[in-house]
Structures are given as C-alpha cells and as structure tokens.
Design a protein around this ligand. Structure first.
Ligand code: B12
Length: 463
C-alpha cells in the first residue's frame, strides 16, 4: 500500500513553532518505521512544506493518508481529511497523535475513516493487514477492524471498543524526515532531534497534561531500542522530551552509561523537576560533563500556596536553591511560570521580582489553562472564556479563565509587560551572547518577540 503521513501546517495561535522551538514529528517517524518494510511510506511535513496536500496527493497517489494531531490542529486536520476525500473518495483517512488520544471524539467526522486513539506494534499490524484485506473482502475487514484495540471506526460511529491502552514508544526512522531535518530546532539549538528515554510522570501536577498522556508510572523505554535510536541520530543536539529526566538516580545513571558506551558527544536538553534536581544534585555536573546544556524547568509561581494548590512537590525556596545550583554549574535554564487567573497587578509585580532573583535565561509566562482532560477543567468550567470545542484557543498561550481582579485587557497587558521585562530586561543579553553566541541568542529572542506579538494582538482584540 502507499501511505502518506502528514503533519498539519503551523497554527497561528502556537507560540512554540517559531525558529527557536520547532521539533520533528516523532510520532509519524515511528509509524513510518513500522511500515517501511512492507509498504511505500512518505512523510509530508506541512509545517515545513510550502505545497498543498492536493499537490502531494497527485504525486504520490496514496491509498492511505494518516495525519498526526495536537488539540489546536483539530480544524486543520479535518480540513486535510476533507481535502484527501475530495481528491479521491477511495483514500482511507486516519487520524492519530496527542489529540486523538486525549479527545478522539473531536475527529468524529464523515471525512475521517479511523481514529487511532493509541497505537502499539500489535494494533498497527492488525490495522494495516485488515486495510489490505479490505481490497478483497470489505465486510470481513470491517468486522476485524472494529475489534482492534485503540482503533475507532466511522462505521461504528467512532464508539470506543472498550479497550484501554497507551501509545507505545516505537523505534522511529529518522531518515524518513531527512529532507526536513535541517529545519528542526529546539530551544534555539538548530538542527536538533527529539527523543524520549522514559515515559510517564508520578508527580501529577494539577495543570499538567503529560501524566494524563503517558500515565503516572515512570518507566524506562527498552534499552536496546533507545540504543539504536540514539545511535541513529545525526544532529549535534538532542532534546529529551521525558516529563522529568531527573525522576530517579537509576534513570540518570542508565542514560550516562549509554552515552559513554556509544561514545556520544552531543548537546543534551532535558525537562527536569525542581525536586529531581535537588534530589540528584551531584549528578548535574556529571551530566554536564556528558553534554547537558540546558534544562527546561517549571518554577510556576512566586507563591507557596499556589504551588501547593497545583500539587507541585517543591516550594519557592526550592526554586531558588535550584536556580543557584544551575547557575553555579553553568547550565542554561528555560523556566516556565503560570499566570493564575486571580492575580492582581501586585502579583504580576511579585512574579517579575521573583524572575529577577531566579535569573533564568528564558522565561515563558503562560496563563493557567484548565485543559478539558484535567481536574482543573471542572474547577474553572464556569469561568471559561472559550468553549472546549474552540480547539485553536487551547494553545496554553491564551487567557482561558476570566481573571477575577483585573479586566481581560489589563490582564493581557500585565502578561505582555511581564514577558517583555523578564525576557528583554532581566536577561543580560551581552552576557548571553558571549556565552551562547549571537545566532542562538537571536533565535531565542525571536521566540520571545513572537510571544509578545501574540499577547499584543490578543490584548487589542479583547471584546
Ligand atoms: C515535541 C513537542 C512539540 C513539537 C512537535 C509536536 C508534533 N507532534 O508535531 C513542537 C515544538 C512543534 C510543538 C508545538 C506545540 N505543542 Co507540543 N509538545 C511536544 C512534546 C514535548 C513531545 C511530543 C512528542 O513528540 N511525543 C512523543 C511522540 C512519539 O508521541 P505522539 O506524537 O503522540 O506519537 C505517538 C502516537 O500518538 C502515534 N501517532 C502520532 N501521530 C500519529 C498519526 C497516525 C496516523 C497514527 C496511526 C498514529 C500516530 O504514534 C506515536 C506512538 O507512540 C509534548 C509533551 C509530551 N511529552 O507529550 C508537547 C505537547 C504535545 N505540545 C503541546 C502543545 C500545547 C503545543 C503547542 C500548542 C504549544 C504552543 N502554544 O505553541 C504547539 C502546537 C503547534 C502547532 N500545531 O502549530 C501539548 C499538547 C496539548 C494537546 N492536547 O494537544 C503537549 C502535550 C505539551 C503540554 N503542554 O502538555 N510541540
């Protein structure tokens, strides 16, 4: 079969998809890896490509079009499925990815044939065998597909077949995106690859979707698979997208062993928790010697009550300790903060003060987003500014909960001023240029400016 795997184009509302943070479609590379042996597969990355889907369909003439999705992509994905069906109604359309897992019903549309709620080696094999069978005996194939765990079908009204599961980390084929790879970047490092070393997160912070996606159990991915994957990466920088790379000493040590065994000389960027860094502080330096360059960390707030409410396992005192540890060893920090909807002007001022004490190289301050799959959604349901079906607004970069102490416009103004202050005033740009080089600092600054422009637009458009 000919299979075209598609990543939808950039969505205007996204903040991360600028030159400073623009990662490869890892999920599609995994699907490619599963089928390349027996099928003709191609990845069409519309975040990079200028051409239309129809243009590509005319060249490839696929039988199956599989599209990956995040929440803000829903309308775009549906429009691509309609385009595929419009080009040739015989094309089988299939949607997978984060949104298909978190909210499969958002793709219940006549233009979609299958929703892959979760995938693993086994259900993917069954699905593609059945699709081949459909060319010979459609009713029998449909009967079989309806029983495959994790696959929702249009002919069953997209009802779940009742089997629960999670996405399996499969070996990606990185060459499948070779023509796009020079464009992929993370944190201003370009080119950069992304991968995962362990899945799940036991911390369960109230605002975080990631434990909902991967589960609360922290597990290491199969060592041999990771070894192959690591060895296949050509880029000088690898971003490890695990929820908390400092989740355990065993995790860190296993990774160090692999890096030594493969004699890798790479830049590594990781997400880490404050608690993890405090618990395994002596390993920070060892990791740095092996290539750790930057850490993405959630400091979230200046206020201990808020941190406790978010179910964070650390307080403001811990945040400061970690900031000093990372500053001392010379690891770059990208800190994220959550603007609470009940903040006053004074609270924003307190945040600015806290950021100048913590001194991260980059700070992103995003409004609290009570995502539909989180307990927070119920808590703030009555104060929501947008309905859950307004998918594009759920970008983590837009005010979703009506502020209680400021008007919406004042709130956006505070967000704008605070982002401007912490990224353009607090960070000593000349020191950063000396340390990280002009090009990287320009890329990082471009990310901040992009964010600021968004807030400007949102502030002006408030009704
Ligand atoms: C890397 C990353 C990115 C990359 C690339 C994402 C991509 N897929 O194209 C970049 C930097 C571009 C990005 C951007 C954004 N991201 Co992002 N990103 C991530 C991150 C860190 C890792 C995602 C990943 O690669 N996971 C590993 C892969 C293997 O998993 P996967 O894609 O789900 O694939 C599996 C299955 O789903 C399946 N699959 C995937 N696609 C398909 C397709 C078919 C047909 C089939 C059958 C199967 C299948 O195959 C894989 C098997 O394991 C996650 C956090 C996390 N750890 O989950 C956030 C995350 C996914 N991002 C998120 C968000 C909010 C965004 C932005 C909106 C942020 C912003 N405000 O700018 C933008 C949106 C960009 C846009 N659409 O324009 C949210 C998602 C929320 C949601 N419900 O959708 C997450 C969960 C982070 C968070 N805040 O909690 N992101």
């Amino acid at each position: 079969m000919k299979i075209l795997l598609v990543r939808p184009p950039r969505i205007k509302q996204a903040i991360t998809v600028s030159d400073f943070m623009f990662a490869e479609p890892l999920g599609l590379e995994m699907i490619y890896g599963q089928f390349e042996e027996h099928h003709e597969v191609e990845i069409f990355d519309m975040m990079v490509e200028k051409g239309s889907l129809t243009g590509r369909l005319a060249k490839v003439l696929p039988e199956v079009v599989g599209i990956t999705s995040l929440c803000i992509d829903v309308f775009e994905v549906l429009s691509l499925c309609r385009e595929a069906k419009g080009f040739n109604p015989e094309i089988t359309t299939m949607v997978g990815g984060t949104q298909a897992f978190l909210s499969p019903r958002s793709f219940a549309d006549p233009s979609v044939d299958y929703i892959a709620e979760f995938v693993d080696e086994s259900n993917l094999k069954q699905l593609f065998a059945s699709l081949e069978l459909a060319n010979v005996d459609k009713p029998e194939a449909e009967e079989k597909i309806a029983l495959i765990p994790g696959i929702r079908t249009s002919f069953k009204g997209f009802a779940s077949n009742g089997v629960k599961g999670r996405n399996q980390y499969l070996l990606p084929n990185r060459e499948s995106t070779s023509r796009y790879r020079p464009k992929y970047s993370y944190f201003g490092y370009k080119p950069a690859a992304i991968m995962e070393f362990g899945t799940g997160c036991a911390k369960g912070c109230e605002f975080c979707l990631r434990w909902r996606i991967e589960g609360s159990e922290e597990k290491l991915i199969d060592r041999e698979l990771i070894k192959k994957d690591l060895a296949s990466i050509q880029e000088p920088t690898i971003m490890l997208v695990d929820n908390d790379f400092f989740a355990s000493e065993q995790k860190l040590r296993t990774f160090f062993c692999l890096v030594r065994e493969l004699k890798l000389r790479k830049n590594f960027i990781v997400y880490a928790s404050v608690k993890g860094i405090l618990s395994y502080e002596p390993l920070v330096k060892e990791f740095q010697d092996l290539g750790l360059k930057a850490v993405i960390i959630g400091y979230e707030s200046f206020n201990d009550t808020e941190l406790a409410d978010y179910r964070k396992k650390s307080d403001t005192h811990d945040n400061l300790k970690v900031a000093r540890i990372l500053e001392h060893v010379g690891i770059e920090v990208w800190a994220s903060f959550i603007a609470h909807p009940d903040w006053s002007k004074e609270d924003f001022r307190k945040l600015r003060k806290t950021v100048s004490l913590l001194k991260p190289q980059i700070s992103s301050i995003n409004p609290l987003t009570p995502f539909p799959n989180l307990p927070l959604y119920e808590k703030y349901k009555d104060r929501l500014l947008y309905p859950r079906e307004d998918y594009k607004s759920w970008s983590f970069g837009q005010v979703m909960i009506r502020p209680s102490k400021l008007s919406l416009r004042e709130y956006y103004y505070e967000l704008l001023i605070t982002n401007l202050y912490v990224n353009l005033v607090v960070n000593h740009k000349t020191e950063m240029i000396k340390r990280y080089g002009f090009r990287r600092v320009i890329r990082l600054a471009a990310g901040s400016v992009w964010n600021l422009l968004r807030y400007c637009r949102l502030m002006i458009n408030v009704v």
